[in-house]
Design a protein around this ligand. Sequence first.
Ligand code: 5GP
Ligand code: MG
Length: 179
Amino acid sequence: MVREIIYTADEIKARVGELAREISAAYRDKDLLVIGVLKGAFIFMADLVRALDIPCQVDFVRLASYGTSSVSSGRVALTKEAEIPITGRHVLIVEDIIDTGLSLSFLVNNLRSCNPASLRVCAFIDKRTRRKVAFEADYVGFSMDDGFVVGYGLDYDERDRCLPCVCIIKEGTDDCSVQ
Ligand code: 5GP
Ligand code: MG
């Protein structure tokens, strides 16, 4: 298995800075609550909120999507709820990656039922061509086509989350290096 870098740490830092400027401007006079989706969004979320130049509160939810580590079955459940009440709040969901769109559609519908003042989604990566349900994020770090990626919070079987870059996994060899 070879990991090939597709976004370097420097490219990610620059893009996160751009997103943070856009989000800071959009929520300048609002009381922002950022909700990260565990575990994959933890590094992106940490960098993003530190790059904002407005204050915010942070919280986390956890989703379970059933299936193997690289193929989702379509069944999604909330296994950890947000702890800060979201009714009347300006909420920004921060997610690692959108693939079929099933996880975020589920989460957005779930949070919407609590009547936030506004609800937007920021995804680090968008795999636009793989949707099973229509879903558009409001802020997207990078768009890519097919392929399975790891690093910067994203895992393969709980490994590789702590890589500072994002790599695409190429199957079919025993080489485990990052190239
Ligand atoms: P969706 O419900 O949009 O199909 O799936 C989104 C979730 O599947 C992501 O939050 C992530 O956990 C997982 N996922 C989808 N594509 C990838 C990928 O390329 N790499 C990793 N590590 N996880 C992915
Ligand atoms: Mg995820």
